[in-house]
Design a protein around this ligand. Structure first.
Ligand code: DUC
Ligand code: ZN
Ligand code: ZN
Length: 492
């Protein structure tokens, strides 16, 4: 038999299930052998003393996307994907974001035109739905789901994006019928609007007041409401970028009742606080994201949520805006907090920051892999092609040096943002060699693949998005006097 293309030897191979010292053989982009007797290969890599883990999946990042306020994000698909790769990520899942009035099919085509010629690692798209009209719900989304776009993000706030509860139910119903995962940005729009008006009326317009306007109760209330909508029609849901105890409690309580509610959190809720927004002049704008970072007590709650399984995925929510008139300061050099584009960068440091949780004793290496990669693959219909190290899976592998100590500074980051909110954070453990479909993407501190060499990944209908089959009485024809209110295709 012909040589293997790649052999990775003597490393500790870590998956979400276990750790074992063995070699990995790769041919034609796939893992073909896991054993201690892997034959010769064209490329040999010695991973002694290293951790060999699935490449990360960053299942929530915004690339070449306009903010709700119309500000263009900083990275394109080249700089964004390069930065992700240097941080040990081999698949990104950005958004194809519909604006009101747009055809979602056309939006998807436009994002492909951006990504195809530039991405250096593999990518799939979630859809952002801001205008769920009849054409979108009846025609476009069912067809797009069949074409591999099997997850949508919907917003409960932002004037340009917000859906009302009835529209959220329509989206959930569609997801239930067609087999898609619904991701929800849960913040109470009216509470934020009211607080914003009060703050601005009182002359409180500095960036730090962003963290006051986006109250924890606004996140908790919207999370509770979203879960009720999900329960009403028995459709799973994933609450994204959870920052605070109020939301964590709601998710945990729903999970304890057996509901299929999934949670995501992000590095900014572990390493930043609202005090980071309290800086001279407009500097605090760099830390304005939604929901905002909270406080030390909430950081601890978020770490605990990662450890105890409340959160299934850990994403960057990379939403980068340069600190200039095209980005954070697009509304002027002294713009009030509510005119500052929301988001922080994080594609490259997401995994080294999460790895700190292993070092601090919060969770195991297996949990790290699950949060970094495996769970996202399962939740979004990419497993087992992505998210694990197994025979038949794509050879998406990151070799980590667990002893490498790094103090994060912007000069080691490869994005196009101009700053990092994590400047000065010290971590131990860093990805040093990265493969995507067997291609050497990162080695010896350099990029080894061409622009546009990443591949689009159509997603399957995710199994975790299937309804439980437990309808509340009002929706159950056996108990609601025979009224059949749901399309039943996905009922289990
Ligand atoms: N939501 C996101 O998911 N990303 C950035 C800003 C926001 O509100
Ligand atoms: Zn959001
Ligand atoms: Zn986001």
């Amino acid at each position: 038999m012909a040589n293997l293309d790649l052999a990775i030897r003597n490393g500790t191979v870590v998956t979400a299930a276990d750790s074992v010292v063995c070699d990995i053989g790769v041919r034609d982009g796939k893992i073909v052998t896991l054993s201690n007797e892997v034959g010769p290969a064209d490329k040999e890599v010695d991973a002694s003393g290293r951790l060999v883990m699935p490449g990360g999946i960053d299942s929530h990042c915004h690339i070449e996307q306009e903010s709700g306020m119309g500000v263009q994000s900083a990275d394109d698909f080249y700089s964004g994907s390069v930065s992700a790769a240097f941080g040990g990520t081999t698949t990104i899942m950005p958004f194809a974001a519909q604006k009101k009035g747009q055809s979602v099919r056309q939006v998807v085509k436009d994002y492909h035109d951006c990504a195809g010629p530039k991405a250096v690692i593999d990518y799939a798209f979630h859809l952002i739905i801001s205008d769920p009209n009849e054409q979108v719900l009846g025609q476009e989304l069912p067809a797009l789901i069949r074409d591999g776009y099997t997850s949508f993000k919907v917003y409960m706030t932002y004037d340009a994006l917000k859906l009302d509860d009835r529209q959220l139910l329509d989206i959930l119903h569609l997801a239930r019928t067609e087999g898609a995962m619904v991701m929800v940005h849960a913040e109470n729009h009216e509470m934020i609007g009211w607080l914003t008006d009060k703050l601005l009326g009182g002359g409180y317009q500095a960036p730090k007041y962003h963290a006051v306007a986006h109250a924890r109760l606004a996140e908790g209330e919207a999370t509770h409401r979203a879960i009720c909508l999900s329960e009403l029609i028995d459709t799973p849901m994933l609450i994204v970028h959870v920052s605070a105890e109020e939301a964590v409690k709601q998710i945990r309580e729903a999970q304890a009742r057996g509901l299929r509610i999934y949670g995501e959190t992000c590095p900014q809720y572990l390493f930043l606080t609202a005090d980071d927004l309290d800086r001279d002049g407009m500097q605090g704008a760099k830390w304005c994201c939604s929901p905002p970072p909270r406080d030390k007590a909430n950081q601890d709650i978020i770490w605990r949520g990662l450890a105890n399984g409340t959160f299934d995925v850990f994403s960057s929510d990379h939403a980068p805006y340069r600190f200039d008139e095209h980005g954070k300061l697009a509304a002027g050099p002294n713009a009030p907090f509510n005119k500052i584009a929301n988001g922080v960068p994080g594609l490259e440091v997401r995994l080294p920051l999460l790895f700190d949780g292993v070092r601090r004793g919060h969770f195991s290496l297996q949990q790290f892999v699950a949060l970094a990669s495996t769970n996202a693959a399962r939740l979004y219909g990419l497993y087992p092609r992505k998210g694990t190290i197994a025979v038949g899976s794509d050879a998406d592998i990151a070799i980590w040096d667990p002893e490498k100590e790094v103090t994060i500074t912007y000069d080691l980051i490869h994005d196009d943002v101009g700053y990092t909110p994590y400047e000065g954070v010290a971590v131990k453990g860093w990805p040093v060699v990265v493969f995507n479909r067997g291609r050497t993407v990162i080695e010896n501190g350099a990029l080894h693949v061409e622009r546009g060499s990443g591949e689009f990944l159509p997603c399957e209908q995710p199994d975790p998005a299937r309804p439980r089959g437990h309808l509340p009485p009002e929706l159950d024809p056996v108990r609601n006097f025979g009224a059949s209110l749901l399309n039943q295709e996905q009922n289990t």
